[in-house]
Design a protein. Structure first.
Length: 104
């Protein structure tokens, strides 16, 4: 757990440094079109949403499997809650994809 938090904190520091470094590459004179950055931002947003969905679905499936292993008679209730939860988790990626299509 500590290693995962260290990796995530390092990742956020690198992303923050990249965000602050963008003005250093600004060009003077004519304004460039922003369509290239829209595509990059859309791809980054979809990657983050997909990664979050993947992590959430993995944790939900692991918790449901552990719950069924501890109490097999509660399988039906756990399974229904798992399927509804997975549908809500997957809706994040679908909404992100919808927003990307609207923006593009």
């Amino acid at each position: 757990m500590r290693t995962t938090m260290r990796i995530f904190s390092s990742l956020f520091v690198v992303l923050a440094a990249m965000c602050f470094a963008v003005p250093a590459f600004a060009q003077g004179g004519t304004a460039a079109s922003g369509s290239n950055w829209v595509a990059v931002a859309a791809g980054l947003a979809m990657a983050i949403a997909s990664a979050g969905c993947g992590l959430g679905q993995g944790r939900a499936a692991a918790a449901a499997t552990e719950g069924i292993a501890r109490n097999p008679s509660a399988r039906a209730g756990i399974q229904v809650a798992l399927i509804i939860g997975l549908a809500f988790i997957e809706s994040l990626a679908i909404y992100t994809l919808l927003i990307i299509f609207v923006k593009m």
